[in-house]
Write a protein that binds this ligand. Structure first.
Ligand code: URA
Length: 501
């Protein structure tokens, strides 16, 4: 039996190197034990046992390797041995990645999912405080307590996002340091929280300003932002008061919205009947660097006349590191009123299809080609009008900016408007559906129909058939993403990371 001791920092890379040498040497899992930490000196050992390789290269599917490695960021002490066991049986004993009967493989998938979730939480809930200093770069620090040892896996995201400043994220296990553009890790010595300063107040103001009482769902909020994280979020002090006053504020907002609506309808009628033309916008300023800033900037967009009759901009929603971006046409009536994409009838159908296809809507970034509702008032109704090519082209500035920040591995274009906005082509949709095209920015785009097309089908059999084909397209998208098992007929994402501009 050989014991492999992995370093506390860089354990995933070390596991990969050790595992790959041992897989080549065909060392069976039961001949190895794995642990993390400084090696204890062994007085009798002569030298470290090196794996004797057979010279045959072992290769595993990329998706399997990335999931096995993600599972190593779970806190379970058995993770290294389990990942090697699965890798060994895949390489040498015919275990297939899709075999859900295999208990160890199921555990790898489960732990990888929990580690992925913890990484997402860290991306969402780390709050930096500025540190005093006079250097050319500003310095920030944050304290965070993740459920799993994910600091190394989660930190490259912060390095990309906050590359122009120095920062430190301390956790009880490791500390990530980003200084002068280079990322390193060390074991945390003392659990010192960063000093409080004026940015505490700033966070509070920010949080109060983005809090929309009409959308308040306490349970959902707590599951996204579990109470245990509140301790380290300065803005969390505001939550009880915001929750308490939400119903009154929501009622006030609704009344104000209703008053506004009539005025807007009249304005819309005038605007559309006057055949307003899209004006050429001034050269855009540099796009903001975070989705929150981008959404805030889009909130005041007046690049084309569609903003005037609409209630508000409906911007994209979802995690900034989403693998899959979904692009629809434009917000509908309910989206316009609530300010959120895909909450109306088309959105409900889409949610059902996502559930059938096994896609978690919380992992998607959902947006539209056009961010304002275009409609024709008819009595009390607002009738959806398809955006024209000029409007789509104007609004593409926002979509392009969203894509540069999210950099999805795959994009799903729902319907002809989205397909045109993304690829520039307006060839017939039905001949393109289910195929993958290249977006203007180089990313792969899977084309499918818009859910409202399915809602318009009258014949029940046709509708059913259309819905199940739609679900198949969504499943194909899911199966081509990393960490998803099943049999994918095509790997749509293979070129995505290299072809982005
Ligand atoms: N249709 C879309 O294309 N987008 C929405 O947000 C709602 C309906």
């Amino acid at each position: 039996m050989q014991e492999i001791v992995l370093p506390v920092i860089g354990s995933v890379a070390a596991w990969r190197a050790e595992a790959s040498a041992r897989l080549q040497a065909r060392t069976p899992p039961e001949a190895l034990t794995w642990r993390m930490g400084a090696a204890e000196p062994d007085l009798f050992a002569t030298e470290r046992v090196e794996a004797r390789t057979t010279g045959q290269r072992v290769s595993l599917p990329r998706q399997a390797v990335s999931t096995l490695e993600l599972s190593l960021s779970h806190r379970d002490p058995e993770r290294f041995a389990r990942a090697y066991d699965v890798a060994f049986r895949m390489a040498h004993a015919g275990l297939s990645w899709g075999d859900r009967r295999d208990a160890a493989l199921r555990e790898v998938l489960r732990t990888a999912k929990l580690a992925g979730r913890a990484i997402h939480k860290m991306h969402a809930f780390v709050r930096f405080r500025e540190l005093p200093g006079e250097g050319p770069r500003r310095s920030f620090a944050a304290w965070f307590e993740p459920d799993h040892p994910i600091v190394e896996a989660a930190s490259p995201f912060f390095a990309r996002r906050f590359g122009d400043m120095d920062w430190t994220i301390c956790t009880p296990g490791l500390t990530a340091l980003f200084v002068d553009g280079s990322l390193s890790f060390r074991e945390t010595e003392a659990e010192a929280r960063p000093p409080a300063d004026a940015s505490e107040e700033l966070w509070r103001t920010y949080f109060a300003s983005i809090f929309n009482p009409a959308r308040l769902k306490v349970q959902a909020m707590q599951s996204e932002m579990p109470k245990k994280y509140w301790r380290n979020l300065p803005e969390a002090e505001l939550i009880p008061e915001l929750i308490r006053s939400a119903p009154v504020r929501a009622a006030e907002m609704q009344a104000a919205q209703a008053r506004d609506l009539e005025t807007r309808r009249v304005a819309a009628a005038r605007q559309l009947c006057a055949g307003a033309r899209v004006s050429v916008p001034a050269e855009p300023a540099a796009p903001p660097e975070t989705l929150a800033e981008l959404a805030a900037a889009a909130g005041t967009c007046a690049r084309c006349p569609l903003h005037e009759p609409a209630t508000q901009t409906v911007f994209g929603e979802g995690p900034e590191d989403a693998d899959l971006m979904v692009v629809g046409e434009q917000p509908g009536d309910q989206e316009d009123l609530t300010g959120r994409p895909f909450v109306g009838p088309a959105g409900q159908l889409f949610d059902r299809a996502l559930a059938v296809a096994g896609l978690d809507c919380r992992r998607l970034y959902i947006t539209n080609a056009v961010k304002h509702f275009k409609f024709m008032p008819r009595g009390k109704l607002r009738i959806h009008q398809r955006p024209n090519a000029g409007e789509v082209d104007h609004c593409r500035w926002w979509l392009d900016a969203e894509r540069r920040l999210v950099r999805p591995r795959l994009t799903l274009a729902l319907g002809a408007t989205a397909a045109r906005a993304l690829t520039g082509s307006d060839r017939g949709l039905l001949e393109r559906r289910g195929t993958v095209e290249t977006a203007r920015d180089g990313g792969p785009v899977l084309i499918t129909v818009h859910p409202s097309y399915l809602l318009r089908l009258q014949d029940p059999a046709e509708r059913e058939e259309g819905f199940s084909r739609f679900c198949e397209d969504l499943s194909a998208a899911r199966l081509s993403l990393p960490g998803q098992s099943g049999v994918a007929t095509k790997d749509f994402t293979s070129a995505a990371s290299t072809t982005w501009q």
